[in-house]
Design a binder for this molecule. Structure first.
Ligand code: GDP
Ligand code: MG
Length: 436
């Protein structure tokens, strides 16, 4: 029977699959959300195209409802685009040399401190912080304050203004003093310029770090992508640190950067304090970019539009006295969709708890659906043709009894009558009545 049921459900026009209207409507909203989140236009377009191809042709009845499936498709694809897996920092080498790069104000010094603190407390490493920002008088001092806060030694040379030399000396010092990790904080400029690139590239060549990290301010949006590309061309860095994600920034830059330089985002910064080192999780960032609440509502909105269209079609049928069991089935599908609301709500922080005790039973309609699926198309469209011998066949086919069929027929007749009476009321009122 369940095979038969599956087959029947497959042939249900427009209900086994996400319809094209649905997908186009939803993806338009998704693309808007991506653009709002600072995702590059071209990337957003390619992205929605990819999801569209996946969405059309997916059979949803065997998995989830269309709305949920859309959310899942979009989220999964975003996660993949951002690297899929979390990538940690490479701690090979003795000592491990980690070089920070990026523009001024991106958060290099702050992140150097966070990373040092993390490696010290969580990985029991002896860390040396190195101040190579020799241009701003306050820069070395800032690093020393950070170092004092977390109890990590800071290497600096007050009278030396050659960062290449300082970094070389620092590595020597680290080796002589049993340090496991050397974190080199460098100077940035307000914008990409030749001098800065030359300097960082020389430091890079001289000390040959195991890990070169590019630090970028997420709030700079599209500029972040160009900066990332410029630094990657020179350094071929190993990973990205995306800072200042604690504000309203949605982090779309993450997706763009990953797409353009194809390097993993390893950490994110969500505050100025030293204790919070946030490892980058692609799936969480996907949630953030989409602003999960927003996407749920937009998927629902697209779904509602679709439902309204169906309701209009139904009204026409009622008016023409053409309401049959197929339409009855459609109504059941609509009601079942409400069941999945519970899961959708569960994704909204806070709302999940409130919905926990609400029980919406998916199985409530199984018997009814089985009976209708055992009817022939002509029986469905002309229920009056269902006589005693047909009832017997339907009961056998659906694994139910004649009594159950009679009860369904009775319900159906009552409903048809009612619908005829309230003509124009559409599916919503009917649903309310059915639920009593
Ligand atoms: P650098 O010039 O690249 O060394 O950048 P800094 O580490 O000095 O950071 C510049 C400013 O951004 C400072 O005021 C930091 O406190 C702040 N900052 C750095 N990272 C974050 C972050 O993740 N969130 C917030 N809100 N501020 C940050
Ligand atoms: Mg700095």
């Amino acid at each position: 029977l369940s095979d038969k049921l599956d087959k029947a459900l497959h042939t249900l026009k427009g209900h086994g699959k996400i319809t094209e209207v649905n997908v186009a409507e939803t993806l338009k909203e998704v693309r808007r959300a991506l653009l709002d989140a600072d995702v590059n236009f071209k990337i957003a377009k390619e992205f929605t195209k990819k999801v569209q191809t996946q969405a059309l042709g997916q059979d949803v009845l065997t998995t989830l409802n269309p709305g949920q499936l859309m959310i899942k498709l979009v989220k999964d694809e975003l996660t993949v685009l951002m690297g899929g897996e979390t990538v940690g920092v490479n701690l090979a080498g003795s000592p491990t040399i980690i070089l920070m790069s990026g523009l001024q104000g991106s958060g290099k010094t702050t992140f150097s401190g966070k990373l040092a603190n993390f490696l010290k407390t969580k990985k029991s490493k002896e860390v040396l912080l190195v101040g190579c920002d020799v241009y701003r008088p306050a820069a070395i001092n800032q690093l020393q304050v950070v170092g004092a806060q977390i109890g990590v030694e800071v290497y600096a040379e007050v009278d030396n203004n050659n960062p290449v030399e300082i970094s070389k000396n620092a590595v020597k010092y680290a080796k002589a003093n049993g340090k496991n990790v050397v974190i080199i904080d460098t100077a940035g400029r307000l914008a990409v310029d030749e001098e800065m690139m030359k300097e960082i590239s020389e430091i890079h060549k001289t000390i040959q770090p195991q890990e070169t990290l590019f630090v970028v301010d997420a709030m700079t949006g599209q500029d972040a992508v160009n900066t990332a590309k410029a630094f990657n061309d020179i350094l071929n860095f190993d990973g990205v640190v995306l800072t200042k994600l604690d504000g309203d920034t949605r982090g779309g830059a993450a997706l763009s950067i990953k797409s353009v330089v194809n390097k993993p985002i390893k950490f994110i910064g969500t505050g100025e304090k030293m204790d919070a080192l946030d490892v980058f999780h692609p799936d969480r960032m996907a949630d953030r970019i989409l602003g999960m609440g927003d996407v749920i509502s937009l998927v629902e909105r697209a779904q509602d539009q679709y439902d309204e269209e169906e309701a209009r079609k139904l009204q026409k049928k009622i008016a023409k006295n053409q309401f049959g069991f197929d339409d009855f089935l459609t109504q059941i599908q609509q009601i079942k969709k409400m069941g999945s609301m519970k899961d959708l709500m569960g994704m909204i922080p806070g709302a999940g708890k409130a919905m926990k005790d609400v029980d919406i039973d998916d199985d409530a309609f199984k018997g009814i659906e089985a009976i209708i699926h055992s009817m022939t198309p002509s029986e469905r469209s002309t229920p009056t043709s269902i006589n005693a011998s047909r009832k017997k066949r339907i009961a056998q086919g659906s694994g139910t009894s004649i009594q159950e069929i009679n009860q369904l027929m009775k319900q159906f007749n009552q409903m048809s009558k009612m619908m005829k009476m309230m003509q124009g009321g559409g599916g919503k009122k009917m649903m309310q009545m059915m639920q009593g």
